[in-house]
Write a protein that binds this ligand. Structure first.
Ligand code: T46
Length: 290
């Protein structure tokens, strides 16, 4: 717990005619393994979120769209950070008090957590926090992630892919929060999150398959259509809700089209970026599917 370890981390940004893509991988763009990914949206103007400390949870927070302010406090001093670009993240070590405020219209905050949700990890009373902050404390040992193996990856069809309804924690007072927790929500553990934004009208993304990667694709903001192709059948899914995701099995061709303005396609992925996992040639894909 050291407020001076709070820092802005610059994330990769790939800009081309089809828009921008950025990503954050565990242990590379954040100094911890991902246990939880959650996002805040529909936050009414003028309200704040947070207002607590998390004793053991480390976080990386990104403004996927819009802007907001984060005030971090160690009981003695505080620091304020403004996030307004999706290629910057704020790393917050465990044990610090934090408040997120000044949400702009359409603000979307993406957060990564280093431990599973536990109500016991929170201190919600500032006076209690000040007492806690005075004491010396040590980080807990984070249990290792469950190891998954990919040996059973077969050739999936588009009918193995489904829309998943995610938790939506709604509050009339301060908006919505959706969370994905490793080992609990999806059939894979999230190791990387990437997001596509600023897509010019009429442009499309994708046009490739992954050999092993599993994904959950979410319209974190706006809408777009994903078409999946297994070489025999195609299926299209319209995505327009931040609390629903399309679970995509490995080995399928995908195209993302019809992006609305302001759309953010957020993808939770089962592995770090591996160039060799891509099949970008459709003929080669059809051969691979035989
Ligand atoms: C997918 C669709 C939905 C990285 O260096 N790291 C990453 O994690 C990713 C995702 C991309 N990149 C680089 C590779 C390229 O130089 O970013 C550049 C643009 O990537 P790509 O042309 O693959 O972007 P899309 O939108 O066609 O595809 C992406 C994902 O790559 C893919 O996994 O399923 O979004």
């Amino acid at each position: 717990m050291n407020i001076d370890d709070c820092r802005i981390i610059e994330l990769p940004k790939f800009l081309d005619v089809r828009g921008n893509l950025s990503f954050a991988e565990e242990l590379k763009h954040m100094p911890f393994e991902i246990r939880r990914v959650y996002w805040l949206y529909d936050v009414p103007g003028g309200v704040a979120r947070g207002g607590h400390a998390e004793k053991n949870n480390e976080e990386l927070i990104i403004a996927l769209s819009g802007a907001f302010e984060i005030v971090v406090d160690d009981g003695a001093k505080s620091k304020t950070f403004v996030l307004n670009r999706s290629y910057y993240g704020l790393y917050i070590p465990n044990g610090l008090w934090r408040e997120i405020k000044e949400f702009s219209t359409n603000a979307l905050a993406l957060e990564f957590g280093s431990i599973s949700y536990s109500a016991d990890d929170y201190i919600r009373d500032y006076e209690e926090y000040k007492v806690y902050a005075k004491r010396e404390h040590q980080s807990i040992q984070i249990e290792p992630l469950a190891v998954r193996n990919h040996q059973d990856i077969g050739k999936y069809s588009v009918f193995d892919c489904t829309m998943v309804e995610l938790d939506r924690h709604h509050s009339d007072r301060n908006g919505n929060l959706t969370v994905v927790e490793n080992g609990a929500t999806l059939p894979f553990d999230v190791k990387r999150v990437y997001y596509i934004y600023d897509v010019p009208g009429g442009e499309s993304r994708g046009a490739h398959a992954h050999r092993e990667l599993e994904q959950l694709i979410v319209a974190a903001s706006g809408s777009f259509t994903v078409t999946l192709d297994d070489g025999k059948s195609k299926r299209s899914f319209f995505l327009n809700r931040p609390y629903q995701g399309l679970y995509v099995k490995p080995g399928l061709w995908r195209d993302l089209v019809d992006f609305s303005s302001g759309a953010v396609a957020m993808v939770l992925a089962s592995d770090v970026y591996k160039k060799e996992d891509y099949i970008r040639d459709y003929k080669e894909f059809l051969e691979y599917r035989k």
